[in-house]
Design a protein around this ligand. Sequence first.
Ligand code: NAG
Ligand code: NAG
Ligand code: NAG
Length: 387
Amino acid sequence: MASSPSRVTIISALARFCLFFLFLILTVGLIHQVLARPKSRSKTYPQMRAGAPFKIAIFADLHYGENGWTDWGPRQDVNSTRVMSTVLDAETPDFVIYLGDVITANNMPIANASLYWDQAISPTTSRGIPFASVFGNHDDAPFEWPTEWFSAPGIPQLVCPAAKSTCSGEEACSFRGTPRLELMKHELDQNVPSFSQNGPTELWPSVSNYVLPVSSSASPKTPVVYLYFLDSGGGSYPEIISSAQVDWFQNKSAEINPDSRVPELIFWHIPSQAYKNVAPRFGIHQPCVGLINKESVAPQEAETGIMNLLVKRPSVKAIFVGHNHGLDWCCPYEKLWLCFARHTGYGGYGSWARGARIVEITQQPFSVKSWIRMEDNVVHSRVDLSS
Ligand SMILES: *[C@@H]1O[C@H](CO)[C@@H](O)[C@H](O)[C@H]1NC(C)=O
Ligand SMILES: *[C@@H]1O[C@H](CO)[C@@H](O)[C@H](O)[C@H]1NC(C)=O
Ligand SMILES: *[C@@H]1O[C@H](CO)[C@@H](O)[C@H](O)[C@H]1NC(C)=O
C-alpha cells in the first residue's frame, strides 16, 4: 500500500518544477534571441556614384507618435513628413541618417511604436533612398504615466517576471515598453533599403553600434569613408557611451582602418560632454558655424573614453549628434568637428524652424562639407569639415 507523499518529496518536486520552469524560460529566451537576429544580408554597402559627391541628409529628433491620442499629435507628424519630403526633393541625397528620437515611445505599446517608426521612415523608403538609423533616448522609453491616460487599445501588456512569481509569489510587474531590439527587428524585417544593424550582442541593450563603409564608385572594395554609429543610450538605460562600446570602437577601427588612412565620420544621438567645452556663448562666432544657439548642451551622463579615442585618430573628421533641438552649430574640438544636426520634426520640445543637416563627401580630393536645408528651402551655415 503506497503511503502519502512526505513533505520532503513535495518540496523537492516543487523545486524540480521551478528548475524545469526556469530552464524552459531560458530556452525560449534563447530561441527568441536567435530569431531576433537580422537575416543575413548580402554584404553590399552604400557606394558613391561615378563623378558625383556622396550626399547624406540627417533627420534628427522627429518624435513621431508623440501624444498620438490627441488631435495635435498626429498633425505634428504630418508636418514632419512634409519637412522630410521638402528636404529630400530639394537635395536628392544618396543616403539618409535617422539620428535618434525617431519616435516618442514613452507610453507606447510596440505595435504603435513600429507603426510610427514606419511613418517616420516612409518619406525616405517611398523614394527608394537607402538609410540607416541610430537610437535616441526617446525611442525606447519606460512607461511613466498612469493607465487612465490611455484609450483601451492603447493600454500596454503587463509583464511579470514569470519564473520568480511561480517560485516566490510577490514580484513587481511592469508595463511592457518598446525595446530597441524589437524596433530594430521591425525595421530590418520590412522590405526597405535599411543599412541599420543590431550591433554586437555583447553590447546589448545598447543596440545601434555598427559601421558602414561608403565605397568608391570605381571599386566596391575600396572604402572612401567609414560611417560609425553608436548608441548613446537613454530611455530604459543610462545616457552614456559605455567603456564596452569604447572597446568595441577601438577593436573595430583597429581591424578595418588600422593606419587611419580612411576618413571616418561618427554619428550618435546625445552630445558628449566635450560639446559643453566648445559651446559658443552669446550667439555663434567663428570658428563655430550655425544659426541657433538657444539652449545649453544636454550632454551624456559621463565620459568613459570615447572622446579620448576619437581625438587621437587623425581619420576622424566630425561627430554628429541631435538631442538638443535649439542648437544647430558645428564647432572645432582639437582636430575634429563637433556638430549638431537640426531639429527636423515638429514633435518634441521647441518651435525653432525645422530643417535638416546635409553632409556632402567628395572622394578626390577628399572633402566633407555640410550645410543646413530648412523647411522653406533656405540653405545656411555652410561649413567645410575637412579643413
Ligand atoms: C504644422 O505646420 C504648420 C506650418 O508650419 C504650423 O502652422 C502648424 O502649427 C503645425 N501644426 C502642428 C500641430 O505642429
Ligand atoms: C495605439 O494605437 C491604437 C490603434 O491605432 C490607438 O487607438 C491608441 O490610442 C494608440 N495608443 C497610443 C499610446 O498611441
Ligand atoms: C577587443 O579585443 C580584445 C583583444 O582582442 C578582446 O579581448 C575584447 O573582448 C574585444 N572587445 C570587444 C568589445 O570586442
